[in-house]
Design a protein. Structure first.
Length: 71
C-alpha cells in the first residue's frame, strides 16, 4: 500500500498553512486533494477579494484539520 508523508506550507500573503500528514493509499490521496483544492480556491478568492467565500473556505480547512487530529 502506498504511504504518503507530506510536510508543507502554503503561503497566502497574509499568513500560511503548515501541515504534516501521514496517511496511506487512497486516503492519503483524498486528503491531499482536499487540501490542494481548498488552498487553490483561497488563492483565487483572494485575488477577487470575496471575503465571505474566503471565510467559508477557511472554515472548511479548519474542519478538515480538526477531523485529521481526531484520527
Amino acid at each position: 500500500m502506498k504511504k504518503l508523508h507530506l510536510k508543507g506550507t502554503y503561503e497566502t500573503g497574509e499568513g500560511s498553512l503548515t501541515f504534516t500528514l501521514d496517511k496511506e493509499g487512497l486516503e492519503a490521496e483524498k486528503v491531499w486533494m482536499q487540501i490542494h483544492k481548498l488552498m487553490t480556491d483561497l488563492k483565487y478568492l483572494k485575488k477577487i477579494s470575496d471575503e465571505r467565500e474566503i471565510e467559508r473556505k477557511m472554515d472548511e480547512l479548519l474542519k478538515l484539520a480538526k477531523s485529521m487530529k481526531g484520527e
